[in-house]
Design a protein around this ligand. Structure first.
Ligand code: PMV
Length: 319
C-alpha cells in the first residue's frame, strides 16, 4: 500500500497559457515541452493513513496544495487517506519547485500504491487534474498536450540539446499560473491573438523538431515565450513575472547570438530564464548567464524521460 515514483519537471517551447475548461483543466491550445533531467521530484504515497497529509521538502504543504492532491487521488478512485511525502531534488533551492513534476510523480505513485495498472495516457490525464503542465511530465521526453492527456512525440535523445536554467529570483511568484492565465484570458486584449498564435506554432514546432532544426525551433520557442508574456503584461491588473536579471539574461543571449552562438530563451510564469542551445555551447552559455547581475545560479540540464515507479510494496491489510 506504499509506492514511490519519480518525475522530471518540463519546460514548454510552445506554452500552455489559457484554459477552455477551468474545472477540468483543459487547455485552449496545444503545447509542446521537453523534460529536464536535473529537475527531479520523488514522491511517496502511503495509503491507509489516519488522514490525508502532504509534505514537500520537509514542510507541511498548504491547504490549497492538499486539495489539489486529493483531487488527483479522487479521480484515480483512491478514496483512502494518503500520507504523501514529496522531495524536489533540485541542486538549487531558489524557487524552482515544480508543480509539474510533483503532480506527475503523485499520480504515478498513488496508482501504484493502490495496486492499479494504468496506461501512461490515463496517468497523464490524472496528473493534469493537479496542474495542467503535469500532464506532460508523465510521458516525459518531448511531449505534446492538446486534449485530456499528453503523449511523447520524440524521445529525450531525439535532438542533442542542453537547457541552461538561470535562476533569476527567489520565493514564490506573486500570482500563480492558475490565476495568471485566467486573468490573461478574461482581461487581456491580446489573448485571442496569443491562442491563435499557439495553434500555428504547435504544428510548426513539431515539423522543426522532426527535422532536428534547433536554430528554427529555438527561435520559435523564444517568440512564443515573449508573446505569452505580452499577453500576461496586457492583463488587468498587469502580470509582470520578470525581474531585472531576467531581462539581463535576454540581452546576454542576444549578445551571444551576435557573436555566433546558437542560443534561445524561454521563460515560464516566473523570473527564471531557460536557454536552449547545442551541447557544445552549454558551457559558454552557462558562463554568460552566471555573469548577469542578479543571476543566483545556473543549471545545465539535458532532456529526460518520463515518470515511473521506483519502489512499491503492497502488503495485505491486517484483519
Ligand atoms: O500547469 P500550470 O498551471 O503550472 O501552468 C503552466 C504554465 C506555464 O508554465 C507558464 C507554461 C507551460 O506550458 O508550462
Amino acid at each position: 500500500m506504499k509506492a514511490t515514483a519519480v518525475a522530471h519537471a518540463n519546460i514548454a517551447l510552445v506554452k500552455y497559457w489559457g484554459k477552455r475548461d477551468d474545472a477540468l483543466l483543459l487547455p485552449e491550445a496545444g503545447s509542446l515541452s521537453v523534460a529536464l533531467d536535473r529537475l527531479l521530484t520523488t514522491t511517496t504515497v502511503e495509503l491507509g493513513a489516519p488522514e490525508d497529509s502532504l509534505r514537500i521538502d520537509g514542510r507541511a504543504a498548504g491547504a490549497a496544495e492538499l486539495v489539489r492532491a486529493r483531487a488527483v487521488l479522487d479521480a484515480a478512485g483512491v478514496r483512502e487517506p494518503a500520507r504523501i511525502v514529496s522531495r524536489n531534488d533540485f541542486p538549487t533551492a531558489a524557487g524552482l519547485a515544480s508543480s509539474a513534476s510533483g503532480f506527475a510523480a503523485l499520480a504515478v505513485a498513488a496508482c501504484a500504491a493502490a495496486g492499479q495498472e494504468r496506461s501512461q495516457r490515463e496517468l497523464s490525464a490524472l496528473a493534469r487534474l493537479g496542474s495542467g503542465s503535469a500532464a506532460r511530465s508523465v510521458p516525459g521526453g518531448w511531449a505534446v498536450w492538446e486534449e485530456g492527456d499528453a503523449e511523447q512525440v520524440a524521445s529525450a535523445d531525439h535532438l542533442p540539446l542542453r537547457l541552461v536554467v538561470a535562476v533569476c529570483g527567489e520565493g514564490a511568484k506573486p500570482v500563480g499560473s492558475r490565476d495568471g492565465m485566467k486573468r490573461s484570458r478574461d482581461t487581456s486584449p491580446y489573448h485571442a491573438a496569443w491562442i491563435a498564435q499557439c495553434r500555428r506554432d504547435l504544428p510548426d514546432a513539431l515539423r522543426l523538431l522532426r527535422a532536428r532544426d534547433l536554430p528554427a525551433l529555438g527561435a520559435l520557442a523564444e517568440r512564443n515565450a515573449l508573446r505569452m508574456h505580452a499577453d500576461a503584461l496586457a492583463a488587468d491588473p498587469p502580470l509582470l513575472y520578470w525581474q531585472p536579471a531576467t531581462v539581463g539574461c535576454l540581452h546576454a543571449l542576444r549578445r551571444l547570438r551576435e557573436q555566433g552562438t546558437g542560443v534561445w530563451a524561454t521563460i515560464d510564469a516566473g523570473p527564471h530564464l531557460v536557454a536552449l542551445c547545442a551541447p557544445e555551447a552549454a558551457e559558454r552559455v552557462e558562463a554568460a548567464l552566471r555573469s548577469v547581475a542578479g543571476v543566483r545560479d545556473a543549471l545545465v540540464c539535458a532532456p529526460a524521460g518520463g515518470a515511473h515507479v521506483v519502489d512499491q510494496s503492497l502488503h495485505a491489510r491486517p484483519l
